[in-house]
Write a protein that binds this ligand. Structure first.
Ligand code: ZN
Length: 151
């Protein structure tokens, strides 16, 4: 990674931490889940409104956590809004591959701004912070009633 790219990625994360997008509860949400990362103390709630065609019409998150978890949740909501739940889960697969560096190269074109978290794989303790909102999103899509934990 070039230092320019690293700088850009850092800016994206700082920006989304300072001004998180979709930081609210979704009106008329029909999918909600809570996620907890005990390793760091990140606690999130993700709410969605999914229409009959499985399209995520609206999504928001609330909670508290470190800069990485907040920025990741903010970018996650932007990335999946307007997508189908299946597309959102596919994107999670790619994101997860990128931050854990497991298996094939992730599709960087598909990841877009989410690539800002590609450096996280060098910090194993941070991987859970970066992926908490995604795990919570998946729990919400699958209507898991109990809070999920990264442990
Ligand atoms: Zn964290």
């Amino acid at each position: 990674m070039t230092s320019e790219l690293r700088e850009l990625y850092q800016q994206i994360i700082l920006d989304h931490n300072r001004a998180p997008r979709n930081f609210r509860e979704v009106e008329g949400a029909n999918r909600v889940a809570q996620g907890y990362n005990p390793l760091c103390g990140d606690k999130l709630q993700v709410s969605l409104r999914v229409d009959d065609a499985s399209v995520i019409e609206d999504i928001g998150f609330q909670g508290s956590g470190c800069a990485i978890s907040k920025a990741a949740a903010s970018l996650m909501t932007e990335a999946v809004k307007g997508k189908t739940t299946k597309q959102a889960e596919d994107l999670f697969e790619d994101f997860h591959r990128m931050v854990t560096d497991a298996g094939d190269e992730p599709d960087s074109k598909k990841l877009g701004k989410l690539a800002a978290f590609s450096g996280v794989k060098q910090f194993p303790a941070r991987v859970k912070c970066a992926s908490l909102s995604w795990h919570t999103l998946r729990a919400a899509i699958e209507n898991v009633a109990v809070p999920i934990s990264t442990e």
